[in-house]
Design a protein around this ligand. Sequence first.
Ligand code: NBG
Length: 897
Amino acid sequence: MTKENLLQHLQECCDRLFGCSLEMATEKQVYRAVCVAVRELLEDDRRAFVEQTRAEQRKQVYYMSMEFLVGTSLRNNLYNMGLLEPAGEILHDLGFSLESLCALEPDAGLGNGGLGRLASCYMDAATGLNYPVTGFSIRYEFGIFRQKIVDGWQMEFPDNWLEMGDVWLHTRKDDAVEVRFGGQVHEWMDGDKFKTAQTGYQSVIAVPHDLYISGYGSKAVNKLTLWSASMPQSFDMNAFSRGDYVRALEQNTMAEAISKVLYPADDHINGKRLRLRQQYLLVSSSLQSILNEHLKNYHTLDNLADKVAVHINDTHPALCVPELMRLLVDEHDYSWERAWEITCATLSYTNHTVMAEALERWPVDLFREQLPRIYAICQEINRRLMEKLHCVYPNDPGKWEYMAAVTNSEVRMANLCLACCHKINGVSQLHTEILEKTIFRDYYNLDHSRFLNITNGIAYRRWLCQSNPALTGYLQSLIGDGFLNDANALEALLQYRDDPDVLENLQAIKRKNKVRLAAYIAEHNGVNVDPDSIFDVQVKRLHEYKRQLLNVLHILTLYNDIKDHPEKPVYPQTFIFAAKASAGYYLAKQIISLIVAVSNLVNSDPQVQNKLKVVFIEDYKVSLAEIIIPAADLSEQISVAGKEASGTSNMKLMINGAVTLGTLDGANVEIRERVGDENMFLFGMTADEVQALWQRGYDPRQFLTPELDRVLQMLTSGVLGQRFDDVAASLLTPRFGAADSYMTVADFASYKAAKAHAVEVYQGPHPLCKDVPHKHCKSRHFLLRPLGRAVRQGNLGSVSTTANIPKGPTSIVGPFPDEMDGTPHENSIRQQAFAVQNALRNAQTAGGLHAAHHDPVLLPHNGGLPRFAGGKRCGAAPCPVCKAVRRYALRYPGVES
Ligand code: NBG
């Protein structure tokens, strides 16, 4: 499209939307006009792409995920469509800047972290590769919370992304489908046919909203279909006319609650009713629309598995298994056996974590109440599974129990997927191996052929080309444009590995990116950081296993060292953190507080000025990652080995030239295979060593060095301006589960040595930068074409390549709004206690703590249950503290004193 055509199209859009010319429009109006213009161009291409794939009868891939961390779309789409430059010029001529227009766009933060971003990278990559792929998820009204640090404590605020982000959505009310919850199921025989009917159910209408996905250099346009929930009629007129306004709106509110908010936790969502309803809404509406589409094209579902691949992203959409069975058996008259064949051959499943909390299990009572027919189907799947297992493993009830889909008053989602899916994969070599040897061992032994590894990848057009244009431009000047289309072309960079000019230029580009990040930090944190210092970066969700704590404890030892030996020269280092903690995860929030406290201590101490700086950047999200990652020198990938399934920031940082400092965990193992030991800094125990140490019996005190002991004492002495007793206790006592569950103490000495080595190398004649070209070219293994590989390896079948949340600044913690409070059946005492502590902290920070809660503390009780002192209920409603205490006390009577 020429610049003139684009300008004309923009003018038309602006006129149509706002009745004014571009020249007269406000910045916001221009932003909307540009977005709508781009969306319409994508719609045109989409139509052509659909027609073509239909004519060629290509296999369709459907990616089901409760999370897609899309980030922003405007720059991405303009870049992919080759319109970045003309759009920039047009806007400039009109007196606007593309930069500030892009800044108006909120991130579509419909995910928590790596899992959601991976889903979006898959969509981007698959589109660039011309695969017909549709993503399915929920159109959460509020995405992942906005994080603010108030007095050192994480506060969560609603993320009203739709206010400006709605421009990208194309709503298709006519294609809405019905999803049924609750009621009773009636079963009878009609001749020799088993029949069922559901009555007395609550009907919810799922409306699709499409977000178009463009691909670099490709005419393919895919879509992410997001479902929102509403009532069939907006309210009950009878109740309304009787004057019962509240009831009239109540039902609608209950239905709408389903698509209200993303659950802000990535690995421990307990059995919440609303979460189950969200999952079923996604699965049922998506599968209905998939079958409708397929029937339109083929008039039969017999060939479903040949023409459709449905992928289950982690266990969250595992209801695909019983729902596809329901649709085939109940609605399309298939026999159970034939329906099972089709279902198994159509569905595939990726596991993203070995954390036990994340393998979802639903209490039978809740499951049956919400989804009675689906429950009956799960029981039948389980009955047949048990029959099979009794034959394969006679006299081994332990195995039957472990592998069951329904047992012990629970429905187990991972086992449903394992019992059914034709392909099951982990997300790195090590992770897949761990799945096969440990948690999925019994299923693996039953049938190896269904298991495979697919190491994660990243969409490098976003993480290199768009977020690091200076580097991209320079690479183009060195090796041509080939790598924009084919990452293998990066191999050509190796010829420059010893070229001093190239290394210098690369370093100059890195420095510019560091200057840009330094400006961001100065503006948002009020801290001046030195672009010539080492930028040591750890950006990811806050979790104990990711060990941000290891990093911050090490910083304290550096601080002590400088204080003890002020004369010693120290190479300047800037430690950069960004991370959100799940709203109800107390220790994670404490660790954020600790990082903030350490940054206050370090940054305000004149003796360490120019040597160390520590910054915690608020509100980590895709668009912020795009600023931080290109500026990183060191990439901290320091999880305890065996726990990080893959990690993907390691790949994003790597392709931007940062050197990995990490354990042999997740994809780090494969990074090491590609770049070699000499191009990364390895430390810590291997996954096997970690296991062996647990088996021998791990006592962190045996690994405690005087230096670390001193730092831990600083946590409890108050020198940081507040005490971090719980953090210290989590490392040294069994107060929060096993002492030091993630072996921070055991790996500390090795971590320290690796960091010292990194700083030494950085100072050397050729800083870390020396192997940068090597690094760029090796990272192609991870950025490639993840979905392409998935398809080739059979995970998605063979795809034919030819052919009631208040608005305003209220915290959404609690941890969830009322409707989200399901049965606390699974809440561990620890989580319950955390919830109380958390509510207390939030109330204190917000200045709303009732007098009755004066000085509440959690005391360890006989080394077992934490107990409350001074935390009396105030009786005022609604008081989040009382609510949390009440839930805690209900479950564990006698803990209030
Ligand atoms: C995360 C893992 C990461 C991995 C991403 C993407 C979940 C449940 N898992 O290690 O923790 O990189 O998934 O696979 O979010």
